[in-house]
Design a protein around this ligand. Structure first.
Ligand code: OXD
Ligand code: MN
Length: 614
């Protein structure tokens, strides 16, 4: 048996409730050793992971790892929110009673870390000193060293974060046990994996993975699911899967902040890290705050909404990250960044890494290249030639201070005042470049009906979206009707609240399929219009679905877009919109307790469309 008290004393871990929690799970999991982690342990842990073969060196000061090949993505179907209140059940949160799930998970975890070290990772999901700090502390217990190294990059890690809590009990208990990955029955009816957030007890129990959001519990499980629940239970804040950026006007010195939700594969990380287009670079500078999570609240003393990114790093999708799509990301994972790559292709002779879309073609010389499963590319049979080298969900992990345009005030505990909240899906028709709403209920309604095209037509009806309310579908931790009401309540307190808008970079020509808008850095032009619109400088054109820029209001200098394409993306297709309203009605009807204000917004838009000629 490990002498838990001795280890915790030596580590200076004083919080008595954390000590009880660690002792309990040390006994349950049967771990052979316990180690308390601070961020300053990073270099030693990296060296140990390399020596143990868990990481390989990928050039100077960069690292490479592979997960078990069936353990590559967040597993929504195995993810459960468990509470003692059945009213918490919603359409998406796979609600179960806590009384059923907690004993089940304890049973799965019993003895499952035998022979391993249980790392105690005290962390904070907020800039220290933030008004939301009482919701941000946690202690992850994990039996995987690579998970610890990821947590050090993605959160603020160290014992001080929990020793000094004003309320010593205000930490999230987050237990991660890897399990025997090869015998978990992934995707079968004997699947042993469970990823459970016991939200009303602030306890997270994840069993059966060592990858991504299934294992780094500060990120999604705490930063989104638990925090969203805490925000609702306290009535104080929102926790959303949003990016956060700032736009500095160098001429006037003014700065505006925009947060936004995008379903997966809609370019959220690229937008968060964007730079101004060359032609506008003398005047505008874009600052990065975060690419995945924002916590938002209203300061009633000045009536403004504020936001911060609770994370300390970026866990970015590698696929298609390149000089054009995201040069900032490439700069943040260079030599000596300490970046960790997972499930990309790796050259065991040179330490280089590669993923689909990093360059147009894969490296020509196959010598030393291994695919994400560790198989030599040069030995691939004919039938495997077209197989991807990297897994589509392969990742890079790097800390915020490696991002070249990270905002100077990214860890300001007061957060930054929010000027706009945007939603953006991937839609090949119907959705204009940008449409803005001045009404809170219409903004929340737009978020609740956010979606992206199904990747395969077979997944749904032609033209129908896979709805992903607020880009939170996989992270909803309580009932969606209550969630919409909570949005209205929180932001309803603002007297100078953010404007809302919907953006779409992905309209295509129906004939030849080309994208009508160049995208990437040019997307800033739509955001600049939105800022002008909020400030009353641009007036836009009123349509049933919001205000759309006029051509003259968009800053188009140096932008390669044809006048015809511009006409299309600055207008609305009334017939397609009418069809969409029918789909939306069905989608919203699945949520009980949806506030009347949201239904009213839906009816207002529907009626306005009915009154408009096609
Ligand atoms: C996600 C992530 O899975 O951000 O959404 O990792
Ligand atoms: Mn995410």
């Amino acid at each position: 048996m490990v002498d838990v008290d001795k280890v915790l004393d030596e580590a200076g871990l004083k919080n008595a409730l954390v000590r009880d929690y660690v002792a309990h799970w040390a006994e349950v999991t049967g771990a052979a050793a316990i180690e308390v982690v601070n961020a300053s342990d990073d270099a030693r842990l990296l060296a140990e992971a390399v020596a143990a073969g868990e990481l390989q060196e990928a050039g100077e000061g960069r690292y490479y790892s592979r997960s078990y090949y069936k353990d590559t993505a967040r597993s929504e179907e195995r993810t459960i929110v468990a509470t003692s209140n059945p009213d918490d059940a919603g359409a998406y949160n796979n609600w179960r009673p806590a009384s059923e799930m907690k004993p089940l998970l304890e049973e799965k975890m019993r003895g499952a870390s035998q022979g391993k070290t249980m790392y105690v990772v005290p962390y904070l999901m907020a800039p220290p000193g933030s008004p939301l700090e009482p919701y941000a502390a946690g202690v992850e217990l994990t039996d995987a060293r690579t998970v610890v190294l990821h947590m050090i990059r993605m959160a603020r890690v160290g014992v001080d974060h929990i020793n000094n809590l004003a309320d010593q009990n205000s930490f999230v208990r987050a237990v991660h046990v890897t399990g025997d990955l090869e015998s978990l029955g992934h995707g079968t009816d004997r699947d042993q994996r469970y990823f459970v957030t016991c939200a009303d007890e602030r306890t997270i129990l994840h069993f059966g993975s060592s990858y991504g959001g299934n294992a780094l519990l500060g990120k999604i499980a705490h930063g989104l699911r638990q925090a969203a629940y805490d925000g609702f239970a306290s009535g104080k804040f929102l926790a959303e899967q949003f990016m956060l950026l700032g736009i500095v006007d160098k001429e006037t010195g003014k700065k505006h902040h925009i947060a936004g939700g995008f379903p997966s594969a809609s370019g959220k990380t690229n937008l968060a890290m964007t730079l101004a287009p060359d032609a506008l670079g003398d005047r505008y500078y874009v600052e990065f705050y975060g690419d995945d999570i924002a916590w938002i609240w209203v300061d009633e003393t000045d009536g403004r909404a504020y936001a911060f990114n609770p994370e300390n790093g970026v866990f970015g999708v590698a696929k298609d990250t390149n000089e054009k799509t995201n040069p900032t990301a490439l700069d943040s994972i260079g030599a000596n960044s300490g970046a960790i790559f997972t499930n990309v292709a790796y050259n065991e002779k040179t330490g280089e890494v590669w993923w689909e879309g990093k360059t147009k073609n894969p490296p020509e010389d196959l010598d030393g290249w291994l695919d994400w499963k560790g198989e030599p590319i040069a030995k691939r049979g004919l039938g495997e030639q077209g197989e991807p080298w990297a897994h589509p969900n392969s990742r890079f992990t790097t800390s915020l201070d490696n991002v070249p345009n990270v905002a100077k005030d990214y860890d300001d505990p007061r957060g930054v005042p929010l000027d706009a909240i945007i939603f953006g899906g991937r839609t090949r028709d119907r959705e204009p470049l940008v449409r803005a709403f001045t009404d809170l209920a219409e903004g929340v309604y737009d978020g609740m009906t956010l979606g992206a095209e199904a990747t395969f037509a077979a997944e749904g009806v032609e033209g129908q979206l896979r709805y992903d309310p607020m880009s939170m579908r996989p992270f909803m931790s309580y009932n969606e009707g209550d969630y919409a009401k909570h949005w209205l309540d929180v932001l309803g307190r603002a007297t100078d609240g953010p404007i809302f808008a919907h953006v779409n970079w992905f309209q295509r020509d129906p004939q030849d399929g080309h994208f009508l808008w160049p995208g990437y850095r040019d997307n800033l032009r739509a955001l600049l219009w939105l800022v002008d619109f909020k400030n009353g400088v641009a007036k836009g054109t009123s349509t049933p679905v919001g205000f759309i820029p006029t051509k003259e209001e968009l800053l188009l200098e140096g932008c390669e877009v044809t006048p015809e394409d511009l006409d299309t993306i600055l207008s609305i297709d009334v017939d397609r919109w009418k069809q969409e309203m029918g789909f939306r009605e069905e989608h919203l009807a699945q949520f009980d307790r949806l506030p009347e204000a949201i239904w009213e917004a839906h009816r207002r838009v529907t009626n306005a469309l009915e009154d408009t000629d096609s």
